[in-house]
Design a protein around this ligand. Structure first.
Ligand code: NAD
Length: 375
């Protein structure tokens, strides 16, 4: 069951196309600030509840990033690995055609799991509007993922948070969980700012050297040998051990629920920046907050991707994207950290800001949100 509350969801659309077998759902959570923005996830298990939760998360993320988008999300119930390229193509086209009446006025799509730029090309063509979707290929005005907008934003968020706790980035040590798109770029920009990478991980494990890892060699090792653990100048740990490493800063950039309540005592970092989505539950963030560890929440720190989508949507350039990601991440991270206090975690402070921004513009919302904290 989807939980309806004073914010939405405003619209839930279930679509079915018998000829291709396409079954999908779109949840448009709240459009007070603009058309609902959110990716299309193709998995065999995706359902309305999952899509609704993700759509709500997008409402807060876009509000906090101060971009004129609301929150939405889509799911297509299919196993991408079992589909032939033609079957997948026909499903994406059928899905897009079924959403012509809401895109782009109420919904702007994007890639999520098992969706990439070629599917976004098909979506835009079948929908008939270039504004119906972001994450399109470059030749269609897309801004590629490979530019690292999210990692770039994570870096700026980290920089602001470090200043906030009086930590000089120059010479500070850091670890990055997940050397993928987000993690690699966060590590690159932090290294360039003079911080020392001492640990990083991927699905095969963690590599650690207290004297520092060479960023370029780690990148080369990952590209050529498939895993950061093949880097020879360091010790290999299990991937979970990255949270116990002695560092000033931990950037998360891979899995959900990385840090559990039982791990809090062994965390040594003074600052954790959530590049990944939901790397820990809000209750764990509260425990870390009480311990004196600053945690910059996911929807604040990893908003670079959705800001980049917005720049693509308005037809902007790569340079404009980097400029806007920096400006917004710096401003919003500062605002959130300054609004947090002994009893208010940065997540609670960020939620208050996002919720108030939506409420200010929302003509249909009807809620005293404080009665039902949204996490
Ligand atoms: P990615 O697939 O490019 O990289 C993920 C990395 O994590 C890979 O190197 C993988 O080997 C590693 N990994 C997998 N399991 C691991 C484990 N158990 N321990 C350590 N590392 C592991 O993905 P990405 O795009 O970098 O996304 C990472 C996270 O950031 C996800 O939570 C995603 O939802 C979130 N996020 C990404 C973006 C974006 O623009 N890419 C935007 C917002 C949020």
């Amino acid at each position: 069951m989807v939980d309806f509350d004073g914010f939405g969801p405003e619209k839930i659309i279930q679509v079915y196309h018998p000829k291709t077998g396409m079954r999908g759902v779109v949840v448009i959570d709240n459009t007070a600030l603009g058309p609902g923005k959110g990716g299309i996830r193709m998995t065999p298990t995706v359902d309305m509840e999952e899509v609704a939760k993700l759509a709500r998360a997008m409402t807060w993320k876009c509000a906090l990033a101060e971009i004129p988008f609301g929150g939405a999300k889509s799911g297509i119930m299919a196993d991408s690995k079992k589909l032939s390229p033609v079957e997948k193509k026909n499903i994406v086209i059928a899905f897009s055609e079924a959403l012509r009446h809401v895109c782009p006025e109420m919904y702007v799509a994007a890639p999520d799991m098992y969706m990439a730029e070629e599917e976004m090309r098909l979506f835009a063509e079948a929908n008939g509007s270039m504004k119906s979707v972001t994450g399109k290929p470059k030749d269609m005005g897309g801004i590629p993922h490979e530019l690292g907008s999210t990692g770039f934003g994570v870096f700026h968020s980290t920089k602001v948070a470090a200043e906030h706790i009086g930590l000089d980035l120059e010479g500070a040590t850091f670890a990055v969980e997940g050397f993928g798109n987000v993690g690699e770029f966060a590590a690159k920009f932090l290294t360039e700012a003079g911080a020392k990478l001492v640990a990083t991980s991927d699905s095969r494990g963690c590599i650690y050297n207290k004297d520092g890892l060479d960023f370029n060699k780690i990148k080369e090792t990952k590209e050529k040998l498939g895993s950061v653990t093949n880097y020879t100048r360091g010790s290999v740990l299990s991937n979970k051990e990255i949270i116990k490493v002695d560092v000033d800063i931990l950037v998360t950039a891979a899995i959900p629920n990385l840090v559990l309540a039982g791990d809090v005592d062994s965390v040594k970092a003074k600052l954790i920046v959530e590049g990944s989505n939901i790397p820990m539950a809000p209750q764990v963030e509260m425990l870390l907050h009480r311990k004196g560890v600053m945690v910059v929440p996911d929807f604040v720190a990893n908003a670079g991707g959705v800001i980049s989508s917005y720049i693509e949507y308005i037809g902007g350039t790569e340079q404009e994207m980097f400029k806007m990601v920096e400006k917004k991440l710096v401003r919003n991270t500062k605002l959130v950290l300054e609004s947090s206090s002994k009893d208010t975690t940065p997540r609670d402070a960020a939620m208050d800001i996002a919720v108030n921004r939506v409420l200010k513009e929302c003509k249909i919302c009807s809620v005293d949100y404080k009665k039902q904290r949204h996490h």
